[in-house]
Design a protein around this ligand. Structure first.
Ligand SMILES: Cc1cc2nc3c(=O)[nH]c(=O)nc-3n(C[C@H](O)[C@H](O)[C@H](O)COP(=O)(O)OP(=O)(O)OC[C@H]3O[C@@H](n4cnc5c(N)ncnc54)[C@H](O)[C@@H]3O)c2cc1C
Length: 405
């Protein structure tokens, strides 16, 4: 009997017909061809950190955990196996004197899984992780192995950089990287009005900036990160933490170190999350409504915080920052507490302001609502028809997301 799959938060579980952990691209190809011949579905899975049902299948669940590690480094480009976890990638890059441009809140994800859903960090000058992808190698639904980059099958690149696992099994990714650098993280608490009044200034004067809003006490915690290249190398290792500052505290230096150790945090308390990407100009009105509704309707049942971040605009077809500078609002809820009524209410607010849902988090949109939000939607569908004509990677969940009834 096949082992059931349970995602990180525990809200998604299913038992696939089979599981496979191929050790190389030829094995991936065989699995895809066999699935195609037998009419079975195959879904690639990373670290299982998504809580939307992207990987749910009654067919074969394929993990690239055995296809991990960096393959080559040259000219500020790194090529890695799709199954490489962000943490391991960060360490390998660091050892070679390199670093990613930006990262999200954790580093447990696989690089193929993180980029397949547009995982992002924060910073006006930084796109999501998919924007760091300059090349993709994948096994398409036809069994064909395709190199996709600016010089090879270039027309598919804007689809393949963020593909929800709908175009093929991504075996390798090439990323633009940069010489390693040191970041200094600071955090302080402030009344929400102060943070909102100073938001534009904070976002423009810090490399990375985000804030948490805590509905229970209506305070915020502002977090900034900036390069600290002036520091001697030995201090980089003196990463240190101080107790979280109290309300309206002076900024405290919380952590100092290389990118891959400073940006990602340890998240051991499990939570559910909905996150929507808003056109930045819509953020102030949207956040005001989110705050009003949470305080008036959900305060008693909301145990956790709301996170606000920024993402630079990009030109990736299914990116939720496509074509617009983006500000994101994420609502978190402890896994022990009900989330659906709260998240659905928040979703109705986000939608009023033109929000696009995070592909890997909770949302209730289907192709009918999603298509008008993505100007290049039909181009992605054409790429899908070309690379997966027999829907080897298609499941009812994916079809609901990508195909209008
Ligand atoms: C604690 C926590 C913190 C998070 N922090 C952030 C954050 O800061 N910013 C943010 O944007 N998101 C964040 N997320 C969301 C998370 O980054 C995404 O859901 C991401 O997709 C998870 O990557 P994964 O490796 O677990 O992939 P999975 O969840 O396993 O899969 C996600 C998608 O990738 C596809 N996929 C996986 N491997 C391959 C492959 N080899 N080829 C083709 N497709 C593949 C799957 O089919 C699926 O469609 C967080 C989630 C959690 C639970």
């Amino acid at each position: 009997m096949t082992r059931p799959f349970v995602n990180w938060s525990g809200s998604l579980s299913f038992t696939p017909a089979g599981r496979a952990e191929p050790a190389g691209e030829d094995e991936v190809r065989d699995l895809v061809l066999r699935a195609r011949e037998s009419g079975r579905t195959l879904r690639p899975v990373g670290s299982g950190h998504s809580s939307s049902p992207l990987v749910r299948t009654d067919g074969l669940l394929v993990s690239l955990d055995r296809m991990a590690g960096v393959l080559s480094l040259a000219d500020l480009r790194a090529t890695a196996w799709g199954g490489t976890r962000l943490k391991a990638l960060g360490e390998s890059l660091y050892d070679a004197g390199l670093a990613m441009d930006n990262l999200g809140d954790v580093d447990y994800q696989s690089i193929a899984g993180a980029t397949a859903t547009g995982t992002h960090g924060t910073g006006l000058g930084f796109g999501n992780l998919s924007t760091q992808v300059s090349g993709v190698r994948l096994v398409a639904g036809t069994g064909e192995v395709l190199e996709i980059s600016a010089t090879s099958n270039a027309e598919l690149l804007p689809a393949a950089r963020l593909s929800l696992g709908a175009l093929g099994v991504v075996t390798q990714l090439t990323l633009d990287v940069q010489p390693r650098y040191v970041l200094r993280r600071r955090a302080w608490c402030a009344p929400v009005e102060w943070t909102l009044d100073h938001l534009a200034e904070l976002a423009h004067t810090n490399r990375n900036m985000d804030f948490y809003w805590y509905p229970r006490n209506d305070l915020t915690q502002v977090r900034t990160m900036n390069r600290a290249d002036d520091l001697p190398e030995d201090r980089m290792w003196a990463a240190r933490r101080v107790p979280e500052p109290g309300p309206w505290s002076e900024p405290k230096e919380l952590e100092l170190g290389p990118t891959h150790r400073t940006i990602p945090q340890n998240r051991e308390l499990r939570f559910e999350e909905i996150e929507y990407m808003l056109p930045s100009e819509a953020f102030p009105a949207c956040f005001a409504e989110v705050r009003r509704r949470i305080l008036s309707r959900h305060r008693r049942s909301v145990g956790w915080r709301v996170l606000v971040r920024t993402i630079a605009a990009d030109d990736i077809w299914l990116s939720n920052a496509y074509g617009r500078p983006t500000t994101t609002i994420a609502c978190l809820q402890n896994t022990s507490l009900p989330y659906e009524e709260y998240f659905r209410d928040m979703e109705s607010v986000f939608r009023q302001y033109g929000g696009r849902p995070h592909w890997g988090k909770k949302h209730w949109l289907t192709a009918r609502e999603l298509r008008p939000l993505y100007p290049r939607w039909d181009d992605f569908q054409a790429a899908r028809r070309r690379l997966d004509p027999d829907r080897v990677f298609g499941t009812p969940d994916l079809d609901r997301l990508l195909e209008e009834a």
